[in-house]
Design a protein. Sequence first.
Length: 448
Amino acid sequence: MNLQYPNGYVFYRNLHYSYPMITHGQGAYIFDKQGKKYLDASGGAAVVNIGHGVKEVAEAIHTQAQKCGYLNGMQFSHHPVEKLAEQISRLLPFDEGKVYFLTSGSEAVEASIKLSRQHWVEKGQITKHLVISRNPSYHGNTLAALSLSAREHYKSIYHLMLSEGPKIPAPYCYRCFWEEEYPTCGLKCAYELEKKILELGKENISAFMTEVIGGASTGASVPPSEYFPIIRNICDKYEILLIADEIMTGAGRTGKWLACHHFDFKPDIIVMGKGLTGGYFPLSASAVKKDIIDVIHRNGNSFLHAQTYSHHPVGCAAGLSTLDYIKKNDLMENCLKMGEGLLTELLSLLSHPHIGDIRGKGLLVGIEFVKEKQEKKPFSRKERYVEHFLSRAMDKGLVLWPNIGHADGMNGDLVLIAPPLIIAQKEIIEIIDKLRGILLEMEKFGIK
């Protein structure tokens, strides 16, 4: 039984897709009503870090819901939020971190840019309001988060509603903005931040928002090791807060608790979500250096932001149980080991004429498709290459996460592979075998 608009009462996002009815999941697999088995090779949207059907997390949610299902975060505290904030603080790349919990990555981004603005106003620097971000990038679907994103197909009809902010080229080496090669490029993409600050005036800039390792927008593109030290120095030099978007990469996805740890990178604010509860409850977080909040506290004020489900007790209980499960089962170690194997196996596909690049870190890997390999020419959007690829993957019981538009804002096709951190070698082999079969079918039916 597949469900499709206008049948039923659900307002589906895709009004032309037939949705399989899923009955349950276990480990790296989900099962539909007809008994079909799907290998969740993208962890949903890079969310399912600990796998499906983990009883410990379900029991933690059940126990907390029986005690107290909801508390107003502006009036009360509770043990789950205090304990989870303490545990996360110990895993941050900076000392004395404070953690604000919300329910989605977009909300955490919104809260972070509002906090950045309030921080500077409280310090008397009232003109600092602009947030610089990167192109390509993706930071969420609420209006301010979407304004920071460079994802044209999401933004096209909303431009009149958006507050478009300044952007600099992302460290997307496969598609360098200047068509240069690393390391002879001299890290122009990093120094572009300083040029943009000087152009706009440091007195007008509140923060720089950046993904650490690219998410869907650049298909797990990993920056050069020198990139973030340069960025950190520039932000310090011009008094700009540095916000790291770890919504997709956090909670062990890249083989470390945060992708920041791969680069010895210390942002001022880190936003997290997705894998924080492994998808068992909607929870996100904004982790902030204490001295940023101290300015507001000394002035006798409070953070001018609140949402109904902030610091949700059931969500925080789910987060605690998820962290315990990751630690108890050494899932970050498994992520590193399986990630190396996955990338090695995937690289064997680079001989295919329409696979331009494969990159990533841990269990976050991107495959970028091209029409012409030598010139890195993308498929025209009219050809809908990634949609055809995804359809065949679903037919074979393989769940992937697609993206489009990264090549030039409109064209470009890629898929993300981000399986649960519990994945085993036999499931890695299954992913590779299914990908090979899909590529053969694409050629057979002339989709090239």
